[in-house]
Design a binder for this molecule. Sequence first.
Ligand SMILES: *Cc1c(COP(=O)(O)O)cnc(C)c1O
Length: 363
Amino acid sequence: MNRVYNFSAGPSMLPLPVLEKAAAELVCYGESGMSVMEMSHRSPDYEVIIADAEKMLRSLMQIPDNYKVLFLQGGASTQFAAVPMNLIGKTGKADYIVSGQFSGKAFKEAQKLGYDVRCVATTKDDNFDHVPTVKREDFRPDASYVHICFNNTIYGTKYGYIPDTGDIPLVADMSSCIISEPVDVSKFGVIYAGAQKNMAPAGLTIVIVREDLLDYAQADMPTMLEWKTMAENDSMYNTPPCYTIYMAKLVYEWILSIGGLDEMKKMNEKKAAYLYDYLDGQDYYVAPVKKDSRSMMNVTFVTGDADLDKKFASEAGKAGLKNLKGHRSVGGMRASIYNAMPYEGVVALVDFMKEFAKNNPKG
Ligand SMILES: *Cc1c(COP(=O)(O)O)cnc(C)c1O
């Protein structure tokens, strides 16, 4: 069976060596006589797996010692509620930047919970074709935190800078860009990410939280959402998503084996540059995102004709280039080129784009 190039925004491609290793160990893990899926999360074998996963992620991202790494469930969307519940107790208010759909959902969730939250900047009026530029003065000085979405999966935008929030902890949803390149963790109070974009299959959510931010949880909040409880129990207050954590460990191991995040970044830059350079050098397709906000992970483009867009996605699919249809809310095309997408996949995409443009002249 031939594997296709899967441009899905998530769940998305996993590195082939990772899938092969998982397959080889699927039925019997090491000397354990059982699959990782069948293991007690409190068994010695599993304790090594989760400890290694944390160690490798810390090493990859150079996470400082005063940060906890949590392996949780519920997806990034559950963190939209968990973030305010864990942090707003600091001062009672928080600021949000709305740069797309997910940051909008995060903001709405905090509003729904009745908290004093304010949207301090948004690019909604520009169809989110870039991320807002913000300064320290834009935030309420007594905000408990500022929330951003670092890479906007649906629109294909990313912050080209880390907003300066002064002493206010910066909280970032990094679901679709985590471990795609090095990032200075110390600039953030909290980083969280659903795993299914760039890290593992669905079912795992990573939260990286500075220790001094564990003390502001609402007294009446659900225990399962409380970071402090999870930190004190090494993410094993209840059963963690064991197998997904094991898969994440294999992914971290793979990235370390190819040279870590510096190398990962180089590979990702090369792929993104190939696609954006092609887009910039022709006029059949339009890339709607402003250049300074372009995402290296999610590349959006349109033909300007909804019927042609539809035909593009369908014919690309037949040619083994899958899931190029844009998000249902914005249309057009989106190529998600996460860590696991090989360079050859992007070359194949550009070749197809050239062919398609030649064969489908616009009236
Ligand atoms: C996919 C995504 C989400 C939603 O993640 P779930 O794990 O499905 O809840 C949130 N934020 C960003 C940036 C995403 O890409």
